[in-house]
Design a protein. Structure first.
Length: 365
């Protein structure tokens, strides 16, 4: 089966109870989550495209019209994604529909093509599995609409109950980040951090702290071997508000600098070093872009880094999270809710989070 043989159901009910606001319209760089998925879906030749919502609104109607989606409203509100899935399946003509939730910002629809290939015989559901199964990024047979209707009539709203009662199959996916879904404010901050790296040729992650002597350098020292073990080549850029002097008195490069050279480069068989004097502080991201043969650049800086940012806290100063904080590593734990919080000394988790933020497809959070 190809995409042209199947319909698409975008499940976008809109309750967003854990987020506290309508997550369909959470926006990064001017584009909301729902529109992001609708745009990607428009590039594929689905037989039909439906937007399944709890209630029609002008904003939803606008997205539907701009991206060629048929708006399908719930018959009964408050019954969750099963209601949207049941209604959507009842509207399509194709034998199967790919049903996806709009809160998975990194879901690449093309990557789900193995689900279409696995729909054989009497199989009624084909689910991706990446650590756990993903019922809201799965392929459903059209006639399951009646099963869902029966379940809803019994007061059942869990998709898994119906799925387990019919023939189903799994396709394993190594990239769990594909299915990262945004349910909370902390999820959104982490997702926004990854989005910040999407258009960069080389991803950046800033390691910052509210005050000096929090342990930024030690944190990076511990995480570097973990990243290297994952095959990630890392460069580091350090911001220092006190100035620096890396040359020894009497060396040729020191003599050039003393003679008035504005910049000095030393090239050896196994590397090079450039020292460039500037009138104003150089932009750390611009310096990071000059590093070669690295997959990722970590920026150590208290205030001058760039998004995405990992904030560290060790009971020094006041923990005032910057607006671009994607996660926080603390000691002791602070009970944060606005960002995901981890133990300051957990280097393995730090590497996992950083790999997610850089867009590394081998690791998810």
């Amino acid at each position: 089966m190809e995409f042209s043989d199947a319909s698409l159901l975008i499940i976008a009910g809109g309750k967003s109870s854990r987020m506290g606001r309508d997550k369909r319209f959470l926006s990064y760089d001017g584009e909301g989550l729902l529109e992001r998925l609708a745009r990607r879906a428009a590039a594929l030749p689905f037989a039909e495209r439906c937007l399944c919502v709890e209630e029609r609104t002008p904003a939803l109607q606008d997205i539907a019209e701009r991206y060629g989606l048929t708006l399908v409203e719930d018959g009964v509100q408050g019954r969750g994604p099963m209601e949207g899935l049941m209604r959507g399946l009842s509207k399509i003509e194709a034998g199967y529909a790919l049903a996806v939730s709009c809160d998975m910002p990194f879901l690449e629809l093309e990557a789900l093509s193995p689900l279409l290939k696995a729909a054989k015989g009497g199989c009624q559901v084909v689910l991706p599995r990446a650590g756990r199964r993903q019922p809201l990024a799965a392929l459903y047979r059209r006639d399951l609409s009646a099963r869902f209707a029966e379940a809803l009539a019994r007061g059942e709203r869990k998709l898994g109950i119906v799925i387990d009662s019919v023939p189903h199959a799994y396709v394993d996916f190594p990239d769990a980040a594909l299915f990262f879904n945004v349910n909370t404010v902390a999820d959104w901050h982490l997702a926004s951090g990854r989005m910040a790296n999407e258009r960069r040729s080389r991803p950046l992650v800033t390691i910052s702290a509210p005050v000096s002597n929090t342990g930024k350098t030690t944190f990076i020292e511990r995480v570097l071997p973990e990243l290297r073990a994952r095959g990630i080549r890392v460069g580091v850029v350090k911001g220092d508000c006190h100035g620096y002097d890396v040359d020894e008195r009497g060396k040729d490069s020191w003599r050039f600098k003393e003679a008035g050279a504005a910049g000095v480069a030393v090239v050896s068989p196994n590397g090079y070093f450039i020292e460039q004097r500037t009138e104003t502080r150089a932009d750390l991201a611009a310096i990071a872009a000059r590093l070669t043969d690295v997959d990722l650049v970590l920026i150590e800086s208290r205030r001058h880094g760039t998004a995405p940012r990992i904030e560290l806290f060790r009971e020094r100063g006041e923990l005032t999270l910057p607006c671009d904080a994607a996660a926080c590593f603390t000691k002791p734990q602070q009970g944060l809710t606005e960002v995901r919080e981890y133990a300051l000394d957990d280097a393995a988790k730090a590497a996992e989070v950083i790999a997610f933020l850089m867009g590394n497809k081998r690791i998810g959070v």
